[in-house]
Design a protein around this ligand. Structure first.
Ligand code: ASP
Length: 304
């Protein structure tokens, strides 16, 4: 296979973001894209690159993933993440985590194990055996307080304002997609879901084919938005299959997100890389911060 131009694109969540916050949201995406692309330029794999980019986003409290994860109706963060290696179609995904600082690292450990999907206590027990970093559940509550977003303090409990009913409400899930110079693809996604979600609710983010997908020779995708819709039409797999049939990144992304809106009435966005290594993105929400690097352009290009 001729050498491919490496490429990497990240997003910081589809939704409505106050205009004054957009520059910061894009800046965080540029930093994450640069971190992931440095891995590719050093000869690293697409899988290693999307993990590096996702860690940068999980560690940035601006986003609804890792440190900045929003809280469920009980005032507790429940984190989900998924990861796929397009070279061998291996998947690792985790859901319903309360105490893992970087869920994408646990997804990587699952990918390297015999399992594909690990949930809740069992996932955290496995994380312990892998020596991953734990935090107290209060860590996520504090991060929410600090950024004064969906959580309002009150009495002896917390009032969580749901962001479900307004499809254009801020989301902030993160995702990364990459192709390395050997033509291997990878995709990653990480989220806290939506604020005020019922306990135990899981969206598309840890579901392979729905929230993320990667397949060498076809393409890769990471999604964001109202996960219930992305699950029903297996959006990440669908857009990757389209690109596998020769539809270019931009067109495939636009057509697929139009389907989410027209067919299901769902809101969200996605980032993709097609079989030729071209990046694409689309959204039907007011904003979706993204950034990408490709080929010799090491300076990330961003937008929202
Ligand atoms: N897709 C995520 C979920 O449904 C949320 C988001 O992307 O904003 O959990």
């Amino acid at each position: 296979m001729p050498a491919m131009q490496p490429a990497l694109i990240v997003h910081g969540g589809a939704g409505a973001i106050a205009p004054e916050r957009l520059p910061l949201a894009e800046e965080g995406c540029r930093a994450a894209a640069a971190a992931g692309f440095a891995v590719l330029r050093a000869g690293g794999t697409a899988l290693a690159a999307v993990i590096a980019a996702t860690i940068a986003l999980e560690d940035n409290p601006l986003y609804n993933a890792g440190t900045g994860a929003v809280l469920n109706i009980d005032g507790i963060a429940e984190l989900d993440a998924g990861l796929m290696d397009g070279a061998n179609l291996e998947v690792g995904a985790v859901l319903g985590l309360h105490r893992i600082k970087n869920p994408i690292l646990l997804a990587r450990a699952v990918l390297q194990s015999r399992e594909v999907l690990l949930a809740g206590d069992g996932a955290e027990r496995f994380a312990r055996s892998q020596g991953l970093e734990f935090v107290d559940p209060a860590y996520f509550v504090e991060a929410n307080r600090l950024r004064r977003m969906e959580v309002v303090g009150g009495g002896d409990g917390l009032v969580i304002q749901s962001t479900l009913d307004n499809p254009h409400e801020k989301h902030g899930t993160v995702g990364a997609v990459a192709v390395d110079r050997d033509g291997h693809f990878a995709a990653a996604a990480s989220t806290g879901g939506y604020a005020g979600k019922p306990v135990g609710r899981v969206g598309d983010t840890p579901i392979a084919g729905a929230g993320f997908y990667a397949e060498d020779g076809a393409g890769a995708a990471a999604c964001t938005g109202q996960g219930e819709y992305f699950i029903r039409m297996l959006i990440a797999q669908r857009v990757s299959a389209m690109m596998g049939q020769g539809v270019i990144a931009h067109t495939a992304a636009e057509q697929t997100i139009a389907l989410v809106g027209d067919r299901l009435g769902g809101a969200g966005g996605l980032i993709v890389i097609d079989a030729l290594g071209q990046v694409g993105w689309a959204r039907n929400t007011p904003a979706m911060p993204y950034a990408y690097c490709r080929g010799d352009n090491i300076e990330p290009v961003s937008g929202s």
